[in-house]
Design a protein around this ligand. Structure first.
Ligand code: NAP
Ligand code: GLV
Length: 313
């Protein structure tokens, strides 16, 4: 079996060695422009379209990320990039769920315990206990109830926060209040104190976190965007903070990445920033999943993680 690999920035040797150890009979090569030789599987991150185009013999293409919006955007522009019926798979969890839990828990606890306010008081040498919000009123609303959204929901529920999720289709999740579809969005937003975004970037979700959404949250809400920059209307966030609708935000993803040095978010005291690493791909976990998925494909089975190209995630 032949496997081709392309990643613009990862250490390719780590991947080829790790895959070889897991799939001893495979022939694994780093794809370079002009390589049209046979391949059964492709592992990709931001691939040039020519890597996959015309490869009708592929039994699977594996994205080395959880979100596949960049690949689907390429596909919209060059539909011939992926031959029909070639399944595209994405990383489901593979160690990202725990990282998302850490990220979300850190910020939710910090906002709940008002550590940002105490830091400001410390800067003024002010000894002054602040009133706290009862935990049962500190409701966390998660946009998305998929692999990562559910995992973050379970973690925050275990810490005793009331948690609600919003998804496209109905869900029944223990200890979590579920909402779905456009019709239940306003009900989901009303009463939400912390809004966490874990939606995929699709034509339906672009710009979804806008002023109209922000002003339906509890006044002085918090926003955590750990999905994609395209989801958030950045000017609306600045306006909502200025109007007191939103108290603070923690952002890992931005419309333009890296975030421009002149962007107002950098200097904003109410906005925390990380460089799109809320949850990174862990090579060993990802390779375990991919090697197992390839073994399943080789015996004619369909592994989990297949992307629905029409749905867009
Ligand atoms: P997933 O399992 O596919 O879950 C997506 C969830 O979003 C599902 O619950 C889905 O609803 C819901 N959804 C999709 N379209 C919707 C719509 N129009 N209205 C309402 N709900 C909608 O994805 P995941 O693995 O949890 O990952 C989520 C996203 O996190 C990825 O797409 C990626 O962009 C982002 N991510 C970011 C980082 C980072 O470091 N910042 C790392 C990894 C992933 P249904 O359940 O009804 O289908
Ligand atoms: C990272 O953003 C991913 O989608 O895996």
């Amino acid at each position: 079996m032949d496997i081709i690999f392309y990643h613009p920035s990862a250490e390719p040797d780590r991947w080829t060695t790790g895959l070889q150890r897991r799939l001893p009979d495979a022939r694994i090569r780093i794809w370079t422009p002009g390589d049209n030789r046979h391949a059964d599987y492709a592992l990709i991150r931001q691939p040039p379209t020519e890597m996959l185009a015309g490869r009708t013999a592929l039994k699977g293409v594996f994205s080395l990320a959880a979100g596949v919006d960049d690949i689907l955007e390429q596909l919209r522009r060059y539909p011939a990039m992926l031959a029909p019926d070639v399944p595209l798979f994405r990383l489901e969890d593979t160690g990202m769920a725990r990282q998302m839990q850490e990220y979300a828990l850190y910020h939710v606890l910090g906002w709940y315990r008002r550590f940002g306010d105490y830091q400001q008081q410390k800067d003024r040498a002010l000894w002054h206990p602040l009133p706290d919000t009862p935990r049962e009123d500190f409701t966390v609303g998660i946009l998305g109830a998929g692999v990562l959204g559910r995992s973050v929901a379970d973690c925050l529920t275990a810490w005793g926060f009331p948690v609600r999720c919003w998804s496209r289709t109905p869900k029944q999740l223990p200890a979590i209040t579920s909402f779905h579809g456009e019709a239940q969005l306003s009900e989901f937003l009303a009463g939400t104190q912390v809004l966490i975004n874990l939606l995929p970037n699709t034509p339906q979700t672009i710009g979804i976190i806008n002023r109209q959404m922000m002003c339906q949250l509890k006044r002085g809400a918090y926003i955590l965007n750990i999905a994609r920059g395209a989801h958030l209307r950045e000017d609306d966030l600045l306006a909502a903070i200025a109007a007191g609708e939103v108290k603070a935000a923690a952002l890992d993803v931005f419309i333009e990445e890296p975030l421009n040095a002149n962007h107002p978010f950098w200097q904003h005291p109410a906005i925390a920033i990380t460089p799109h690493n809320a949850a990174v791909t862990l090579p060993d976990d990802a390779m375990d999943y991919i090697a197992n998925a390839i073994r399943l494909r080789e015996v004619g089975e369909m592994p989990t993680g297949r992307v629905d190209l029409t749905r867009g995630y």
